[in-house]
Design a protein around this ligand. Sequence first.
Ligand SMILES: Nc1ncnc2c1ncn2[C@@H]1O[C@H](COP(=O)(O)OP(=O)(O)OP(=O)(O)O)[C@@H](O)[C@H]1O
Ligand SMILES: [Mg+2]
Length: 211
Amino acid sequence: MKLHRLGRVSFRAVKSKRDYLRHRSSYNWLYLSRLAALKEFAFMKALETHGFPVPQAIEHNRHCVIMSLVQGYPFVQVKQLQNPETVFETIIGIIIRLAEHGLIHCDFNEFNIMIDDEEKITVIDFPQMVSVSHRNAKMYFDRDVECIFKFFRKRFNMSFQESIDDNDDSDKGKNEAGKLCFSSIDKSAGVLDKELAASGFSKKDDEDIQR
Ligand SMILES: Nc1ncnc2c1ncn2[C@@H]1O[C@H](COP(=O)(O)OP(=O)(O)OP(=O)(O)O)[C@@H](O)[C@H]1O
Ligand SMILES: [Mg+2]
């Protein structure tokens, strides 16, 4: 169970980061928490339907989301991997596939990735996701990618030459120089926006909590 009920002080910090309120001068904490829960639930459900490795979204009510419990650990706690290259490619592959489906996680880092003993990945924490048509989409995409590169560099001593290693289909999303590139990603599979609109999370809700 995840409660999106945030204290006034901590929400002040969230407000400055996420700009949930846009141009409003007054706001209601429970309304914002309910929207965050609704958005998280809707996105988790849609991602699950499209085969992304996310918890199973079970129910939401007010500021509360019920989801399946992931059997694993936050990636930030992992000191060693049996197959760091495979895990790296899986994670980068998820970022690319998300963009192909029209979405950017926007907080894709070692705190929001769970990993189990078989090194299977589950992604969590979706209230800040945006569409690839967001005006700052490229910046958010690049930031997610850089967080992953940085973590693998520091924690697993992996080195990169501005690109991920080539294998059969890993050139998806790369430009001619082989660099992981937002504009080179084919976003034609991006139908998730429409599905999300039908899921109870309306365009107006998104406008209310968009950055
Ligand atoms: N489905 C789950 N199964 C097991 N553990 C989970 C699950 N969801 C979250 N957690 C654990 O709880 C922690 C916090 O969850 P999450 O990242 O969703 O919240 P948050 O970062 O506090 O939220 P927000 O960014 O929305 O304010 C995670 O780092 C993870 O350790
Ligand atoms: Mg988190």
